[in-house]
Design a binder for this molecule. Structure first.
Ligand SMILES: [Zn+2]
Length: 164
């Protein structure tokens, strides 16, 4: 199956999913290490995801606009608004991998499920990306797990150290 997607949309999609997965897991785990109240953890996670997804969409719009203004080759047929929307939605979806377990399960179990869920999400995103670009999906899955997993682990460690 050949999936056609403009390369700039693919970048938004990948960036949004990966960043949503990695940074939200860091936030969820960091907060749940310091606070026991589930409602506060869920609220903080949702605020973080929403603010971050909005900010990433704004950043996507502005940075892509700068690239479009400089590019004279005419290959940038992508819409800035669509790119920003893809960024917002994919960031949100990435974030849900760790937010949903936090909503469903009690702590501290939820924290561990959130991490496992995020790692599974990285594998899935890496695999699907490999399929889209038609280049070694399994290797792509492993690569994203390592890159995203490393960033997640660092976020989690920082969360533990900042525990109040
Ligand atoms: Zn573009």
């Amino acid at each position: 199956m050949r999936i056609n997607i403009h390369e700039d949309y693919l970048r938004s999609l990948m960036f949004g999913l990966q960043d949503g997965l990695v940074s939200t897991t860091g936030v969820v785990v960091g907060i749940s290490t310091g606070i026991e109240n589930k409602a506060i953890i869920v609220l903080a996670a949702l605020v973080a995801v929403t603010v971050e997804a909005t900010s990433m969409a704004a950043g996507q719009y502005s940075s892509e606009k700068a690239v479009h203004q400089m590019d004279k080759s005419g290959k940038h047929t992508d819409s800035l608004l669509t790119g920003a929307t893809i960024m917002f939605v994919s960031y949100y979806i990435g974030g849900m991998f760790s937010v949903l377990p936090t909503v469903i399960f009690p702590q501290p179990l939820a924290r561990y499920i959130a991490i496992i869920s995020a790692f599974a999400g990285l594998l899935i995103v890496g695999y699907v990306k490999g399929r889209i670009v038609e280049h070694r999906p399994l290797r792509s899955a492993a690569e994203l797990l390592i890159i995203g997993g490393l960033a997640t682990v660092i976020g989690v460690i920082v969360g533990y150290f900042l525990k109040v």
